[in-house]
Design a protein around this ligand. Sequence first.
Ligand code: FES
Length: 500
Amino acid sequence: MSHLTHLLSLSRAARLIGVNRSELQKKIQHGDLHAFDGMVSIDELLRAYPRAQLEDDTEYSRVLHIREAAFGKRVFERAMPDAETLATRVTELSKELTLSQTQVKQFKLLLDRLRDKLTDMSKQTDAKAAVNELKTWLAAETTAALEHDYANPLAVRDNLLRVMAAHVTVLPSGHDFFVEGADTLLEGALRAGLPLNYGCSGGNCGLCRAKVVAGQVKKTRHHDYVLTESEKSQGYVLLCCNTAVTDVELEAPVAGGVQDIPFQQIAAKVKSVTGLNHDMVLLHLQTPRSSRLRFLAGQYVMLQLSKSLTAQLPIASCPCDERNILFHVRRMPGNLFSDYVFNRLKSNEVVDIEGPAGEFILQEKTTRPLYFIAFDTGFAPIKSLLEHAMSLDAAEAIHLYWIGSSDSSIYLPNIPRAWADALDNFHYTALVAGHDLSHLTALREEALLTMLKGIINEHPEVTDGDVYIAGPEAASKLAERFFLGLGLPKTRVFISYQSL
Ligand code: FES
């Protein structure tokens, strides 16, 4: 494929020049970047971002590194695919390169013949001047086209990217993601926050069955689940046992909403209970390898400890975080569940998880700016949504306001600070109310409204965005009324109340 016709998906184009996808979408909407069927050409990308050609890889690497660091992932461990996959990708690229070289040679020959033809014509016709003009034009165009094609570092960088990561498009939804390093197709999808259907992640249940309609995949592990001969011949594979060798198109259902996520009962184990400050602990559970919890970011589950103690808690981690499920638990003297977590819960103890439930989920399709208002432990579901929003990389800007009853209610300040340092489109503000946000008197309501008005002063454009609010019921409801009162429609204000 010649680079003159080299088309890139928006995700790949965004990666290549180190911007997020929403910026490209905006340029397309404003007519500053032309797209063909949702794809952009390298030439068009260079026209819109002329500086991309001049920069070295530093900025691109920096952005990639920052993204990885923000999610706490170990990039070096999973940066390289295995040797066989790498070899197949290089072979595929070599084929394309050979084809391109052949095409270029033919193109040159054709032009030489055209020039000869025109020379002949110019001797015979009376339209000599017109033909000469055409010749000059053709010579200039040919030189420019060939020089541009070969000197294009963006195209070279794209080839490198294609060796390092395969691009997967999921049909019919049109979602896409990259498979990096030794990841399976399922792991690549989950890291990108894509809720594909799956169960065991280990080749036993068959729930991740999907049809490969284009591209090559490779089996990376044995599976006990048996695909029928007819399924195999149609291209069905298990996503948890295969990786993408080349760019791939898959037919697979993507959960479109909470109704597509089944109710599950899983016996998880306590990995750790870590005190964050005097009033908060971070509870880290791990699900067994054979049954991972499917949920959408922002949902909650029922936890059962020691046979009879139960509590509904929002999940504070991203579905992309594989077997690790995090919860933020507040000290509540007299509450048996909280007392047990703070004083008795030990590593490896079994905790039963039931769920998930709740409709406080991200509206994935939106590219509008996102505003998150977390009151106290409302940060837990909001952290899950934020991580999901960051892995989707679709929102134009993300603003987080964490409003605490006291200083200690902002119990993980380093996480949003690190995101703000790492990501250009993430903005974080911490505010302290100085009173208990779960019990609001008229005076306290007034004080909280003044804080919310401060947000509007900073961002009068908040009514163009989506607002997500979570925390104690009193504060969350007040904030909901406030934002609806600004004229935001109900479909763009999302709220979640919490008890623990
Ligand atoms: S998730 Fe169970 S077989 Fe792949």
